[in-house]
Design a protein around this ligand. Sequence first.
Ligand code: SF4
Length: 172
Amino acid sequence: MNPAPTRADDEKNIGGVHIKYLYHCARQLWLYGKGYRPEHRSDLVSFGEIVDETSFTRRRDIDLGEAKVDWVTTGAVVHETKSSRTPNPDHAAQVRHYCLLLERRGITVQGGTVHYPLIRRTTPVDWNAEARAQAETDEHRARSVLAAPHAPPRLPRSHCRGCSYLDYCWGE
Ligand code: SF4
């Protein structure tokens, strides 16, 4: 089964989901880029959306087109909420990407915070020259994956737990 392309990969803007998938699995990113969207069947994704929607009542999403930032506070601190109980490098990478997108719109970004309401923790995300370089590298890597003519290989099965693309990759 080959998902139909939606539009040329080089026209795509890179959003937070692209960065998340880049860190998890290049194949997942590639499939997402081709328009394959099984997320609505994933209980984990639904759970994350519920946590996201109920954890904070005073918040305002910021729609950047290619990315939706949870909210930005005074001094341009980017906030991202995660349903995970375990801080993960891809969470900080997403926040760095949002910082990059905001900065490109002329905003002087101070940094970011990842919120983990289920474990009542926050993790700060620095925004400096090193973080900017990392964000630009991630964006470039994501574009390279999206432009690949064929799907990248599967991860080892043990890494696929909870992935919404299990059906496609493993026929489950
Ligand atoms: S099922 Fe595994 S190989 Fe397939 S996209 Fe998900 S993580 Fe990657």
